[in-house]
Design a protein around this ligand. Structure first.
Ligand code: SF4
Length: 293
């Protein structure tokens, strides 16, 4: 049975907490190692609910400040679970882990980074607790679609590399589902405010052709997210009348962004990187541009 006796407090108030070098005990991802997180669907009989495993060294195996490669693999099963929901649930890893006092999580997919403070480790926190809290919160928050959650945490170099390759295939598959769809085909785009935990007032708009700057969500993922969690970070926004089709500006998006950013952002253009571009957070994968040659 899963142990819910937890050494750290958990709550909204810890989102955005920074773990700086002087308080750092363990870093996974970032400059010194690599980190990947991958959530995938399994059959009801293939996984054991509440099974949490750490394969490789844990924090307690190193007495000093250290780095470790890390792969967090979450397998979920449920009669209402669909493959389309995987990116949405996977992105919850960021939200859930950030709500632990003494734990800082940035990024997603294969560019994630995790920092654990000295104080958290002194209170008894280990990597296994990452699995414990993910299991508990995914079931609590998404019990409508998830019946079982199993988490495996790998810290060995070879196994992490193996998971990287597997996860990259899954990410590629997710990303290709949207190929060919254009912004003209829909009257609805989606907002994302996941990064407001670190950048208050930040708001992204995701269209079929303008994916998320972080690379974690495309239009289909946001659509799935708004369906399974209507009160969550991704809202359907009617784009409304085009203000500038060349730069990618619509009245409905302007109105929504202004309201959701509490007036901090008046408007932005989805297709321009020079003229009032959509803002981005610190963890982006690349800048892509179409040059009108
Ligand atoms: S960068 Fe934008 S799309 Fe990506 S998680 Fe943050 S708010 Fe959402």
């Amino acid at each position: 049975m899963t142990d819910y006796t937890f050494p750290l407090p958990y709550g909204h108030e810890y989102e955005g907490e920074r773990i700086r070098a002087e308080n750092l005990r363990l870093e996974c991802g970032g400059a010194g190692s690599r980190m990947v997180e991958w959530l995938t669907t399994a059959g009801m009989e293939e996984i054991e609910d509440g099974r949490i495993e750490v394969v490789g060294p844990d924090i307690k195996d190193a007495s000093e400040k250290t780095t470790l490669p890390l792969a967090i693999v979450v397998k979920v099963a449920g009669s209402k679970m669909q493959a389309d929901y995987e990116p949405v649930l996977e992105k919850q890893i960021h939200r859930i882990l950030n709500r632990l006092q003494g734990v800082m999580h940035i990024g997603q997919r294969a560019i994630a980074c995790l920092r654990i403070s000295k104080a958290a480790v002194e209170k008894g926190f280990t990597l296994r607790h990452l699995g414990v809290i993910l299991h508990k919160k995914l079931l609590e928050d998404f019990g409508r679609i998830v019946d079982k959650v199993q988490v495996t945490i790998y810290t060995g170099e070879d196994k992490v590399a193996e998971i990287f390759a597997e996860a990259e295939n899954a990410y590629r598959f997710r990303d290709t589902r949207i190929e060919g769809m254009t912004d003209e085909e829909t009257d609805t785009f989606y907002s994302c405010i996941v990064c407001q935990s670190f950048a208050p007032f930040h708001i992204c708009t995701i269209s079929p052709e303008r994916s998320s700057p972080c690379g974690s969500y495309n239009w289909l993922d946001c659509k799935a997210s708004s369906e399974i969690d209507p009160a969550g970070p991704n809202k359907a926004v009617l784009k409304g009348k085009a203000k500038d089709s060349r730069l990618g500006q619509w009245q409905g998006i302007n109105d929504f962004v202004k309201k959701a950013s509490q007036g901090k952002t008046e408007y932005y253009n989805l297709y321009s990187i020079m003229d009032k571009p959509m803002p981005t957070c610190e963890w982006v994968e690349c800048i892509s541009a179409v040059l009108p040659l």
